[in-house]
Design a binder for this molecule. Structure first.
Ligand SMILES: *Cc1c(COP(=O)(O)O)cnc(C)c1O
Ligand SMILES: [Zn+2]
Length: 413
């Protein structure tokens, strides 16, 4: 029994469930949300508790995570990624303060590691030895890595468009990889069939309600790293919607615990070629599926799996929704690289592209403080980075050629 967890409640119909380790969706099809006894947790977990704590991973916050007291933290070190203040970029964009949270520095190089670490912990509790998921790529590679470290086997379903870097990770981590020639939607459906048929532990993010509880630790870290001073905005890229929902859950947890005294507004950023959730916000209407037409493969989700929680997060936070073109995404990749030394994959930098666009459109107050989360590492998709980053100066190993190459380009070291 987890004494600090009250249970799970369906976000659609309100039905409640006991928080057993292999919890999936509500019988109505709605997604469950884990509920905590904050009064109880507050008695033994405070901001001061954290000050003396050495653990530098997402498990630093285990009092607010839905696991049993004696469940071991999985082996890979997930979380506690750096938060960099970027004054030069803030000045360039014309905002008060800007921080970049580089979650591409997780062990398998994306924010998804937070969910996968939680999946492995819950699989321990469920006594499962095999975990499965379908994914646009990062959920898959992070599950494969975190499970491998824990000695568990994985079956992974990815759409055949998944970039090579991610597939290389999967195969290296020893997953059984099924590459589906179809959309993410079709990939998801076939994984659902296989999981039902063979009874594997399910790491599909919008089905297993524990996964966004792992992702919410990104909010805890941002706030602790900011010494509990709430920024005006936090920007993040959105596909299925589990990440932004997790971010919001973490912020609300901290507010309920009294760790922070106000909540920031969220900035939901999607690719213009695939923005069903932002479209629903803009039209103040129900979401409708869309084509998956963007370079940002991790957020090319035409049929989002977690629309209820994501839309609620954006609306409750009085958030902003902004769509960016592939060109704007690749421009943000270069800017983050040049101004900050941070290399994000296309979906990883989409949040920052959204911040830049809002600044250009004058939609952020000039003194605003903004955190932009980079959700995945650029090395996962080198092919696209190379396409947009320009060419190196190519010469023979000859000093005269070096000098003339510099002269031709007006380079004066
Ligand atoms: C999965 C992912 C996202 C979006 O998360 P959702 O839960 O699908 O909204 C953003 N960026 C990267 C790099 C991702 O892998
Ligand atoms: Zn329900």
């Amino acid at each position: 029994m987890m004494k600090h967890v009250l249970g799970a409640r369906c976000v659609r119909c309100g039905k409640t469930y006991e928080a057993v380790p292999d919890l999936t969706n509500c019988e109505c099809g709605g997604i469950l949300d884990i509920e905590y006894d904050y009064e109880y947790i507050r008695r033994y977990f405070t901001r001061e508790t954290l000050m003396g704590r050495g653990e530098c991973s997402m498990w630093r916050y285990r009092e607010l995570l839905p696991v049993e007291k004696d469940t071991p933290a999985p082996p890979l070190r997930v979380g506690w990624s750096p938060l960099y203040e970027e004054p030069r970029l803030a000045a360039e964009l014309g905002i008060g303060r800007l921080w970049v949270k580089d979650d591409g520095l997780n062990p398998t190089a994306s924010l998804k590691d937070r969910a996968s670490s939680m999946a492995v912990a819950k699989a321990y509790e469920a006594g499962a030895e095999v975990i499965a998921c379908s994914s646009t790529g990062n959920a898959a590679s992070s599950l494969a890595g975190n499970a491998a470290a824990a000695g568990m086997r994985t079956y992974i379903f990815v759409p055949s468009r998944a970039p090579k870097g991610k597939v290389a990770q999967l195969l290296t981590f020893g997953a059984t990889v099924i590459s589906v020639m179809g959309s993410y939607e079709e990939t998801f459906e076939i994984s659902r069939y296989a999981i039902d048929r063979w009874g594997w532990y399910n790491r599909n993010a919008a089905i297993n309600p524990y996964l966004s509880e792992g992702k919410k630790t990104v909010a805890y870290e941002i706030m602790e790293q900011l010494d509990w001073k709430t920024p005006d905005y936090i920007a993040i890229s959105v596909g299925d919607g589990c990440t932004i929902a997790g971010l919001w859950k973490g912020l609300k947890d901290l507010h309920a615990m009294g760790f922070i005294d106000r909540l920031p507004r969220l900035i939901s950023v999607q690719a213009a070629g695939c923005c069903p959730l932002n479209r629903a916000i803009a039209e103040n209407a129900a979401w409708r599926p869309m084509e998956e037409n963007t370079i940002a493969d991790s957020i090319a989700v035409g049929m989002p799996r977690n629309p209820d929680k994501a839309l609620a997060a954006i609306r409750e936070s009085e958030g902003l929704a902004v769509n960016v073109s592939d060109e704007e995404i690749m421009a943000a990749q270069r800017i983050l690289g040049r101004a900050c030394g941070v290399f994000g994959e296309p979906a990883g930098v989409t949040g920052t592209a959204g911040v830049k666009k809002l600044c250009e459109e004058g939609r952020l107050p000039s003194g605003a403080s903004v955190v932009s989360v980079v959700t995945g590492n650029g090395l996962k998709d080198v092919a696209n980075a190379i396409r947009f980053a320009g060419e190196p100066i190519s010469i023979q190993a000859d000093a005269a050629e070096l000098l003339s190459a510099f002269a031709e380009r007006g380079i004066e070291p």
